[in-house]
Design a protein around this ligand. Structure first.
Ligand SMILES: NC(=O)c1ccc[n+]([C@@H]2O[C@H](COP(=O)([O-])OP(=O)(O)OC[C@H]3O[C@@H](n4cnc5c(N)ncnc54)[C@H](OP(=O)(O)O)[C@@H]3O)[C@@H](O)[C@H]2O)c1
Length: 256
């Protein structure tokens, strides 16, 4: 008799995000063992119950505010112990903030840079070390970046700088994994406009807006193959190529 295939063990950081919730549903349906980490304990409990009902092999909860995360190693060790190892670490949390406030308030700017870059970067480094040791066929470290990280624009360059910095970190990690000939992959999903609570105040509609369910399908596919940079939806690759190539003299006349 053949041994049953072990299910993948996935840590979801920022499990309360709309994109994370839809991704977790797809993973639960295939029996994944999930560690959910988020700051809102009520929401965490209700998502955990839903994922168990949808077929997750196990659901572990940890309540964490990533703005106050002092010991990323301890967090990952705790969820790894609870799941019996780690095969994938997915970083969803993020804070768009208010650029106009952050420009005149350095404490707010530091808060945004800390949540969107520093905490995510240190967690990614801690996760990379653990995933390198995984015996899963395709371990993956994945974060949600943003097209805002591709070029600094007056409307959101503080958030954009954090997401851009994270993308460079993942580029370097992916290079390290490749040089060491490891199976583990580092993947950045560069999302465009997605209809989630983060964009609740934005006017919506039109072909550039995506649903979180659709982005979740792209994320789950990216856990298997592709990358290291995946635009979601795909057409943002070409939009951002054009925006990156625009001469600064032309950018200076556009209010993007
Ligand atoms: N929506 C878009 O158009 C878009 C575009 C590009 C990239 N992104 C990125 O996509 C990712 C997912 O966002 P989303 O669109 O799914 O929005 P969302 O549903 O608003 O999710 C953002 C999540 O981040 C969590 N979070 C923020 N600061 C946190 C902190 N200090 N500690 C713990 N959790 C924290 C929020 O927790 P609470 O629920 O407790 O507030 C929320 O669950 C984010 O990284 C975002 O930057 C979004």
């Amino acid at each position: 008799m053949t041994e049953p295939k072990p299910s993948e063990r996935v840590c979801i950081l920022g499990a309360g995000s709309a994109m994370a919730e839809h991704t977790a549903r797809l993973l639960a349906a295939r029996g994944a063992r999930l560690a959910l980490v988020a700051r809102n304990s009520t929401r965490l409990r209700s998502i955990a119950a839903d994922l168990s009902a949808r077929g997750a092999g196990a659901v572990v909860e940890r309540c964490v505010d990533f703005a106050d995360l002092n010991d990323p190693d301890a967090l990952l060790d705790s969820v790894s112990l609870a799941l019996g190892g780690l095969d994938a670490v997915l970083i969803f949390y993020g804070d768009l903030g208010d650029q106009t406030v952050a420009e005149s308030d350095t404490a707010e700017a530091a808060r945004l840079l800390n949540v969107n870059f520093l905490s995510a970067a240190t967690l990614s480094l801690a996760a990379a070390a653990r995933l390198e040791a995984s015996d899963f066929p395709r371990p993956v470290l994945l974060c949600i970046g943003s097209v805002a990280g591709d070029r600094g624009r007056a409307s959101n360059f503080i958030y954009g700088a954090a997401k851009g910095g994270l993308a460079v970190l993942y580029q370097g990690l992916q290079h390290r994994f490749a040089l060491k000939r490891l199976a583990v992959r580092a993947v950045v999903i560069k999302a465009g406009f997605v209809d989630t609570p983060m964009t609740a105040a934005f006017a919506k509609g039109g072909p550039l807006w995506a649903r979180p369910e659709a982005v979740a399908r792209t994320i789950v596919a990216a856990m298997e193959k592709g990358g290291p940079v995946i635009y979601a939806p795909w057409f943002w690759r070409w939009i951002m190529l054009i925006i990156r190539l625009l001469p600064q003299s032309l950018m200076n006349r556009l209010n993007l």
